[in-house]
Design a protein around this ligand. Structure first.
Ligand code: AHZ
Length: 311
């Protein structure tokens, strides 16, 4: 049989093989100096396509009914995903990220600069995920991570290694699924998704129907208002589930960070909002480039989800 017609196996799963770890066969060290006769093992193009599409569509099928959907994989969404996946390995968690690259605004520590500042006690989160930092400030009130990208990449890699998490990136949440409740209010019951590039072309292409994920609990962490930001809370206003938005206020680090962490909560049944999206609901200040509140708002959002499942 040709390679194309052979039944393709899903293959052995080498979970979390560390770089340089022992899979079967060659090691990097054994390759040293052997490049003259070097060759990759053969592959057929269709195998590559099938290896990817089979998994993608099987994941779409599996996560069409999820336990939790996290909208937005910025610093808050990823922190929430980490805590929730760790606390509740029994929950199926789908993360929907509009951008190709997850991480949101946390690849830089803020503005143009690479270091990331976190005020204490958010240093506890850095220790939890194993990211090193320097103490700084007069009374060591804050810590500094050498590269914000180290925070984001470490957190992301830990989140993606949980077997109960699936990230769908380049995918936007276009709408919320709702159900009526007996008291006349609504319950959020899932999300409507589309590939982001498709979402961006509803105005100049004919109808392009989106996809759906049902889930009893959603965490929305889509950041403050912007082209994609504050998505869920703006939609809550337009569907009259909440009256209006408070609108993010000016920069005040001390006020802003406490308010975001304390305010992280279920805004309407089934929808927990965290991170800077919350500033748009509550009329909270922004904090600028200090990220402790994003991590701890994620911790609290995960806690709120656990409460819902324990009710
Ligand atoms: O792409 C967005 C980003 O990665 C994603 N997102 C937004 N709308 C979406 C939608 N569907 C899917 N409809 C969507 N994904 O959400 C992510 C938000 O990340 P972020 O870093 O913007 O928000 P955050 O709340 O996690 O962190 C905010 C960081 C800020 S902003 C700020 C200030 O302006 O003062 N200070 C800090 C620390």
């Amino acid at each position: 049989p040709t390679v194309a017609s052979k039944k393709l196996s899903v293959g052995t799963v080498h979970s979390a093989v560390p770089v340089g770890g022992q899979t079967k066969g060659e090691t990097i060290e054994a390759m040293a100096g052997e490049w003259k006769d070097f060759t990759f093992r053969p592959i057929r193009e269709s195998q590559v396509s099938r290896a990817m599409t089979r998994r993608y569509f099987s994941d779409l099928d599996k996560y069409a009914e999820s336990d939790v959907v996290i909208i937005g994989a910025g610093s808050c969404g990823l922190s929430a995903a980490y805590c929730l996946a760790k606390a509740r390995p029994d929950l199926k968690i789908a993360i929907i990220e509009a951008s190709v690259s997850p991480g949101g605004g946390a690849w830089l520590g803020g503005q143009l600069f690479s270091a990331m500042v976190m005020r204490k006690p958010a240093d506890a989160f850095l220790r939890e995920i194993g990211v090193g930092y320097e103490e700084d400030g007069d009374d060591s009130n804050y810590v500094v991570v050498k590269h914000a990208a180290l925070f984001t990449s470490t957190l992301l890699s830990k989140v993606l290694q949980f077997p109960n998490v699936k990230l769908f990136n380049a995918t936007a949440v276009e709408d919320l699924i709702t159900r009526p409740r007996e008291d006349g209010t609504i319950q959020i019951a899932g999300v409507v998704t589309n590939w982001t590039l498709v979402s961006m072309h509803h105005d100049d292409q004919s109808c392009m129907d989106p996809n759906t994920i049902n889930a009893p609990v959603i965490i929305s962490t889509t950041g403050h208002d912007g082209p994609f930001g504050a998505f869920s809370v703006k939609r809550l206003v337009s569907m009259q589930a909440i009256k209006c938005l408070g609108g993010m206020r000016g920069l005040d680090m001390n006020t802003a960070e406490d308010a975001i962490v304390k305010g992280t909560r279920e805004i309407v049944p089934g929808l927990i909002v965290g991170g800077m999206e919350l500033s748009e609901v509550d009329g909270a200040n922004r904090m600028g480039p200090t990220f402790g509140a994003m991590a701890l708002s994620g911790v609290k959002a995960a806690e709120e989800v656990v409460k819902v499942f324990e009710q």
